[in-house]
Design a protein around this ligand. Structure first.
Ligand SMILES: [Zn+2]
Length: 93
């Protein structure tokens, strides 16, 4: 049964993975207006600190209060919190 997960706090359905201690680098390019940032050229190291709601910043935590750090754990925890909708029942009152 496919289901859609949402934030238990605000019901937004987009989440983001937050990593810390990451080293990133950007290219700097010449433009008509002078130097400007180009593309991000690398992101190295770091670790996933938490998953959170992209809208309100609600941090997804397991029942012990530890922030989730792998994507595989996000769905079961949201399911336990009842923060999901079965596709089949969507649209019904
Ligand atoms: Zn939210």
């Amino acid at each position: 049964m496919p289901c859609r997960y949402h934030c238990p706090n605000c019901k937004h359905d987009v989440f983001e993975e937050i990593s810390v201690n990451v080293t990133t680098s950007f290219t700097v390019i010449n433009t008509k207006e002078g130097l400007d940032y180009g593309k991000q050229s690398s992101a190295e190291g770091g670790y996933v600190d938490r998953f959170q709601c992209a809208s309100c910043g609600y941090v997804i935590k397991d029942p012990d209060g530890t922030p989730i750090s792998t994507l595989e754990e996000v769905a079961p925890v949201l399911k336990k919190l009842g923060a999901y909708t079965n596709e089949e029942t969507m649209g019904e009152p």
